[in-house]
Each structure stands twice: as structure tokens, then as C-alpha cells.
Design a protein around this ligand. Structure first.
Ligand SMILES: CC(C)(COP(=O)(O)OP(=O)(O)OC[C@H]1O[C@@H](n2cnc3c(N)ncnc32)[C@H](O)[C@@H]1OP(=O)(O)O)[C@@H](O)C(=O)NCCC(=O)NCCS
Length: 139
């Protein structure tokens, strides 16, 4: 996961994640494996009683466009629903991908302030150039 995420991050396609960050949040992750190899990952991170974020969505280059990303987003949304969390958001450079799963673009300033606590750790802070999207679930 670390290699895959940071390979995309080096190309500016997503934000980097440190090893310690991945270990601290390891229970948030869904992965898809091909044998021993992790070919895709995504995390659902709970931010508040009614709010969660989908983070670090990555599918290995040679496994893209085969439905792995869709499987992961659906797993994250299903888990949010099971937890009774009504709103799932993401910050991404690929809004079109998330729009396939009922996410709609919103002004970043509409996201609750709780979200910004983590932004202090982001290398891009305060010049965030990602697009914010929100998916409202029926819970
Ligand atoms: C974006 C990414 C996660 C998509 O994963 P994937 O496994 O290739 O996507 P899927 O095959 O599951 O595609 C699901 C649907 O989304 C569409 N889609 C895939 N990538 C897309 C993109 N970048 N923009 C718009 N739509 C996209 C597919 O065409 C498919 O649509 P369909 O159901 O109408 O056929 C993958 O390309 C990736 O890891 N990219 C590099 C890292 C990255 O950009 N992560 C984004 C989150 S920060």
C-alpha cells in the first residue's frame, strides 16, 4: 500500500502517506489482493458521529479499469451505512470517479471544521487544490 500510494503521489495524482500514518490507520483499510500482492486499497476514516472520509484510494496501474476501485468505494460506503454514518466525503483529483458513486461536488468550505484538523498535516496545507465531494447515505 505504501509503495503504491506514494508512487501515485510522486506523480501528483494523490497525497502521500507515511508508513506511520498507514500503520496508525491500518484498520480503516480495505484491500484487494492478487495472491500475495496488494493491487488496490481504500480507507474509510470516521471523523465524527455522522461523518466519515474515504481516503487513499489507489489501484495499481496494471489493474485499473477492471472494477477494483468501484468494489472498494462500495465496500467503504457499505461500512459507513452499517455504522449509521450519514455523510461520507472525499478530497480528490479524480472527481469524475467519485461521481459514479453518488458523490456530488461541494465547496470545501461547506465541510465541517472537524475535517480541517487533519489538513494541518498535509504537505499542501493551506493551498489545497483537491476537489471536495460528499455522498449522503440513507441511514
Ligand atoms: C481513480 C482510480 C482509483 C479508479 O480505479 P479503477 O479500478 O480503475 O476504477 P473502476 O474500474 O472501478 O471504474 C469504476 C467506474 O469509474 C470510471 N472511472 C475510473 N477512473 C475514472 C476517472 N479517473 N475519472 C472518471 N471516471 C473514472 C470507470 O470508467 C467506471 O465507470 P463505469 O462503471 O461507468 O464503467 C484509479 O485509476 C487509481 O488508483 N488512480 C491513481 C490514484 C488516484 O487517482 N486515486 C484517486 C483517489 S485520490
Amino acid at each position: 500500500m505504501h509503495q503504491m500510494i506514494n508512487r501515485f503521489a510522486d506523480k501528483g495524482e494523490m497525497l502521500p502517506r507515511s508508513l506511520s500514518e498507514l500503520y496508525e490507520n491500518i484498520r480503516d483499510f480495505f484491500v484487494i489482493r492478487d495472491g500475495e500482492r496488494v493491487i488496490a486499497c481504500a480507507a474509510l476514516h470516521v471523523s465524527w458521529a455522522d461523518l466519515a472520509e474515504i481516503k487513499s484510494v489507489a489501484v495499481a496501474e496494471d489493474s485499473q479499469r477492471e472494477g477494483a476501485g468501484a468494489q472498494l468505494i462500495k465496500a467503504c460506503l457499505k461500512e459507513a451505512e452499517e455504522l449509521g454514518i450519514a455523510t461520507v466525503f472525499c478530497l480528490t483529483y479524480q472527481p469524475g470517479f467519485f461521481e459514479k458513486f453518488n458523490f456530488a461536488q461541494v465547496d470545501k468550505m461547506q465541510l465541517p471544521r472537524k475535517v480541517w484538523t487533519e489538513c494541518y498535516r498535509c504537505p499542501k496545507f493551506p493551498d489545497c487544490d483537491e476537489v471536495a465531494l460528499v455522498c449522503n447515505l440513507e441511514v
